[in-house]
Design a protein around this ligand. Sequence first.
Ligand code: TYD
Length: 134
Amino acid sequence: MTANVSLIRFQVHGDDRGSLIALENGHNLPFDVKRVYYIFGTKAGVPRGFHAHRQLKQVLVAMSGSVTVKTEHGGKTETHLLNRPDEGLLIEGLVWREMHDFSPDCVLTVLADEYYNESDYIRDYTVFKQEDAT
Ligand code: TYD
């Protein structure tokens, strides 16, 4: 699978009552969602992630607050500030990811195309660099 990192902007349905975003498999999400998890209550200065997946596709959305996501694939590193609920970071395939600088109110929701599977994880950066180079 080729690795890819890109931003998706979701349409906001807004009126004088507030805003609403709908996420639909195959429409504004580029895969069918099998799993949703969310990270919240993060401690100040404590980063997370530090792994890659071999196959998994994910969309990360800061539903509230902000977080900085660092990605690396194909020797290219990028930094993405996620701070709006209408923006999703699509991460597909072999991408190293780290999450830094969670704001205290951050709720980071992750939509994934597969169930939790520890064997899809690469948690050793050296192993990631070897696989990323092949
Ligand atoms: P972990 O991979 O350490 O989180 P992060 O990617 O933020 O560094 O996951 C924390 C714990 O939650 C770990 O015990 C595995 C568990 N977990 C699940 O049970 N299901 C899931 O979908 C995820 C992502 C994690």
